[in-house]
Design a protein around this ligand. Structure first.
Ligand SMILES: [Ca+2]
Length: 401
């Protein structure tokens, strides 16, 4: 174990003292539970894991929550590893990753799928009648090999599609003895976004309700598009229970209280700037706002948001994610664009939080966010333009402990 930034911490302490406590400190609640090990870690591994060795399994089992593809969680070849992870860490939550309103093209070898990835085959067949076709009769792919599903049917939200997917998950939960403790949805969206790598290959326009007006010019169609997503999350909660964890990627979970109340966590994939170019400061303030009580709904006694940045350690993003997760009561993971679990490069032992996050200063000068822990204090400060000025964990000296 080691600590960083003692010298920087002294500097920050001086800045905090000069700024006073003019910020909205009184409005901030205590985040997260106080009986967890800190930092709270998460594993993201969007790939098969049947070949993991014992060391990898042991390392992953240190996490509070692990995200694997749902078809792997429901695969007969995964039972041994999932069982070992749960034996090592009985409190671990294993969450299945699923594409939202999408289905991947099918592998040609359906015999292999039947025995090894039965969920993939069953899901593909279950939603086969719900593909989106463009106005030119083309398949609407939004990512290579990922076909959009239509949330609109007969001028209303496609409730049959919700029932189909929820029934399938419920069936697999029953057949596998609850292989997963929840799902991660990738991703909630206001708009249909076609990845640039295939944009030129999608012919025609999008008109989900087939009324002759394209998606971008049809407010009613766009309204049904987002309503379906909210009703889907609601249906999963109603069917699988309040403690079946739902984590949402995308912008709507951060901005729509009506959706967030059905979710238990948010996946911050490109924290702090996101695809929307937020400043570092706005990213952290959004994180704090989202983790405030009353926005997300706790499951099993806490919320389950994951703070990460797929750009890895560029601009010290990992450190910023770790410190932000400590301040906001989120889980911390590290990605490097591959979505494969390769452990955590940062190591710190803070002990339990000793109170709420405190925001001091103001937006037009230095803004500082800090939180005390058993063994020190996390402090992040920002320049007036919103960039990060300092990010540090200042350890208490032994005489102070
Ligand atoms: Ca339309």
């Amino acid at each position: 174990m080691h600590y960083w930034g003692c010298a920087l911490g002294v500097v920050l302490a001086a800045i905090i003292a000069s700024c006073g406590a003019e910020g909205p400190a009184d409005e901030l609640p205590t985040f997260g539970s106080t009986d967890l090990s800190y930092p709270s870690k998460s594993v993201i591994h969007w790939c098969a894991f049947a070949d993991w060795d014992d060391a990898k399994v042991r390392e992953a089992a240190e996490a509070d929550l692990i995200v694997f593809p749902i078809q792997d969680c429901y695969s007969p070849q995964s039972g041994g590893i999932l069982g070992e992870i749960r034996r090592l860490n009985p409190d671990v939550q294993i969450v299945g990753y699923i594409p939202l309103l999408g289905v991947y093209t099918l592998w040609p070898d359906t015999t292999y799928l039947k025995t090894t990835y039965p969920y993939t085959l069953d899901y593909y067949n279950a939603v086969r009648g719900d593909w989106v076709w463009t106005t030119a009769g083309d398949t609407l792919m939004i990512f290579p090999e990922l076909i959009s599903l239509n949330p609109i049917k007969n001028g209303a939200i496609n409730r049959d599609l919700i029932d189909t997917i929820v029934n399938l998950i419920a069936r697999y939960q029953a057949e596998t003895g609850n292989a997963v403790d929840g799902v991660m949805h990738d991703y909630f969206a206001y708009d249909i976004y076609i990845n640039p790598s295939i944009r030129d290959h999608v012919i025609g326009d999008v008109d989900l309700d087939g009324n002759g007006t394209t998606f971008e010019n049809d407010p009613g169609e766009r309204e049904l598009f987002i309503l379906w997503q909210q009703e889907y999350a609601k249906a999963i909660r109603e069917r699988l229970g309040d403690d079946f964890i739902q984590i949402g990627n995308g912008r709507p979970p951060e901005e729509m209280p009506g959706l967030a109340r059905y979710l238990n966590g948010i996946f911050y994939e490109l924290y702090p700037n996101f695809p929307w170019g937020k400043t570092d400061r706005d990213g952290l303030l959004r994180l704090l706002e989202n983790q405030s009580p009353g926005f997300l709904t706790p499951a099993k006694g806490r919320t389950w948001s994951i703070c990460t940045n797929e750009k890895g350690n560029a601009s010290s993003n990992n450190l910023f994610c770790l410190m932000s997760s400590l301040i906001a009561g989120c889980m911390y993971t590290e990605l490097a664009g591959s979505y494969l679990f390769n452990g955590w490069s940062l190591d710190i032992s803070t002990g339990a939080p000793q109170g709420a996050a405190v925001v001091a200063g103001s937006l037009d000068s230095t803004l500082t966010v800090s939180r005390k822990f058993e063994r020190g204090e996390v402090t992040i400060s920002f320049y007036p333009w919103g960039g990060r000025e300092g990010v540090a964990f200042e350890a208490l000296q032994s005489k102070d402990r």
